[in-house]
Design a protein around this ligand. Structure first.
Ligand code: PLP
Length: 492
């Protein structure tokens, strides 16, 4: 019956068609859009709303806080074509990890000089591909890689990645990449020189989600020592310093502390006019807060009511004591005392660790469930857990959270879901990866108009999902180059 339901067709069209930016009416925001879709009564699949204004705002913040550092957005973090196009239109560069990422960025018309191939361990075909595209700058951290680059792309400009780990990081990287800076790095610089390779500079990545701003000073100081060594001992003038990633991007986080450390360390070790270009590879900073995910509760399990066991006491005893277990049978030792005392309600939502919430496993993320329906301050909070849709026991999204009592058909929203989520999501067990609805204010749409090269008609009319109270204030919008006004009754 959905096929004949116009409301359903409209929502499917918005969520699944070619990438477009939907221009919102003044005063309408992400939560209005989520409410309208969720409360339409016909949407069941989980979906995202991506707010392009948020991405543009991040760019403004970066320029203001780190004016000397030219960002190369790390595509691995979120490879949405629209986000990449917006970032390209704003003029920033890109950090690509692979052949496919380089091709994707080049296809948008980005100059290969704006790309760094920042994967220190590259398959041979990917190096050849970089050569064919003219992506010259690439990182390395070991001898074998240098020989490989020498053989496959001898005119590449290589950047040595050194190790300098943040003491607190959401996702440490030093165990995998980055050479030791005092002995190994000078040896590799000498080898690069002997091989006739052009060494462009030094890079590092302190760890993703860095919670230790002073690490940037330590890393910049180490890089300075290597610049000096390269010049005095090897006669090489390095011209690039790459500060890597690590900058937080969630709502309410700031890069102020890192920016203060970076700016003063640059002033001390790489002052203006020193002839060194400073770049960075921020990923989550640009996209984390731009994406909000709405998920739908399709099932739930209540804790069983207390009732006398039908088993004889001795048998019940031998089967073990279930006092410390929730409805999900999980040991609740780690919960707060008051949560621990009560059994949990288990909610099953239609996105999980094999979809968007892969970030819980490999990005060590923590997510906060926000019920979409209004919650009265007097509502009782109930110990709850939230599970993904697959049949796998690993597929758990939240454990030991206090939520108002929800029911099947209610929606749970998660903010800050733009980084390391959709990029690795798959349809395990046949559950689809959520679609993304991308929105922008008229002001930002106006700024970006004509700057997004790939799709001619990037800007589409504002979402016109009728019949919910929240959508009443949506009216004028831009459609394929025209301003179109839609009256509340739906007539154009
Ligand atoms: N650069 C490199 C080489 C990376 O491996 C990563 C993340 O893994 C990034 C940049 C982006 O890091 P972040 O998202 O912390 O800014």
């Amino acid at each position: 019956s959905h096929l004949h339901n116009p409301k359903m067709q409209l929502i499917s069209k918005y969520l699944e068609e070619e990438p477009r930016i939907h221009v919102l009416d003044p005063g309408t925001g992400v939560w209005n859009v989520i409410r309208s879709i969720a409360e339409s009564g016909v949407q069941e699949d989980a979906f995202y709303v991506c707010d392009i204004d948020d991405v543009v705002k991040k760019y403004e913040v970066w320029k203001q806080k780190l004016p000397r550092v030219y960002p190369h957005y790390a595509v691995k973090c979120n490879d949405s074509p629209l986000v990449l196009e917006v970032l390209a239109a704003l003029g920033i560069g890109f950090d690509c990890a692979s052949k496919a990422e380089m091709s994707q960025v080049i296809k948008m018309g980005v100059d290969p000089k704006r790309i760094i191939f920042a994967n220190p361990a590259k398959p041979a075909s990917h190096i050849r591909h970089a050569a064919s595209l003219g992506v010259e700058v690439m990182t390395f951290d070991n001898e074998v890689e240098l020989h490989k680059i020498r053989t496959l792309y001898s005119s590449a400009k290589v950047v040595l990645r050194i190790r300098c780990d943040s003491e607190v990081a959401q996702c440490p990287l030093g165990m995998k990449f980055g050479c030791e800076a005092t002995m190994e790095a000078p040896r590799l610089l000498a080898l690069a020189k002997n091989l006739g390779l052009h060494v462009e500079g030094i890079s590092f990545h302190v760890g993703s989600g860095c919670g230790d701003p002073p690490v940037f000073r330590r890393a910049i100081a180490r890089a300075r020592a290597l610049f000096d060594h390269a010049s005095s001992a090897l006669g090489m003038q390095l011209t690039l310093l790459d500060l890597g990633g690590g900058y937080p991007g969630n709502k309410g986080s700031t890069i102020d502390a890192i920016a203060d450390v970076v700016n003063s360390a640059l002033e001390e070790f790489f002052p203006v006019g020193c002839g060194v270009n400073i770049i960075a590879e921020p990923g989550r900073f640009f996209v984390a807060s731009a994406y909000t995910l709405a998920t739908h509760i399709h099932s739930l399990r209540e804790p069983p009511p207390k009732a006398p066991s039908i088993l004889p006491a001795s048998v019940a005893e031998s089967l073990g004591n279930s006092r410390n277990q929730g409805a999900d049978g999980k040991d609740s030792e780690n919960l707060d005392e008051d949560v621990k005392e009560q059994p949990k309600i288990m909610y099953y939502i239609n996105d999980g660790v094999y979809g968007s919430f892969g970030n819980l496993l490999y990005d060590h993320a923590h997510v906060t469930p926000i019920p979409l329906k209004p919650i009265l301050s007097s509502s009782k909070l109930v110990p709850s857990s939230i599970w993904g849709p697959t049949c796998d026991g690993l597929d758990r999204v939240c454990e030991g959270v206090l939520l108002p009592r929800l029911t099947v058909g209610d929606w749970i929203v998660f903010e800050d879901m733009g980084a390391y989520t959709l990029v690795s999501a798959g349809p395990f067990n046949g559950f689809p990866v959520p679609c993304v609805l991308t929105v922008a204010s008229e002001h930002v749409a106006h700024l970006l108009r004509d700057k997004l090269p790939l799709t001619q008609s990037h800007f589409e009319k504002v979402i016109d999902i009728p019949l919910t109270s929240m959508s009443n204030n949506w009216s004028p919008f831009i459609a394929d180059g025209e301003i179109v006004c839609r009256a509340k009754g739906g007539k154009t």
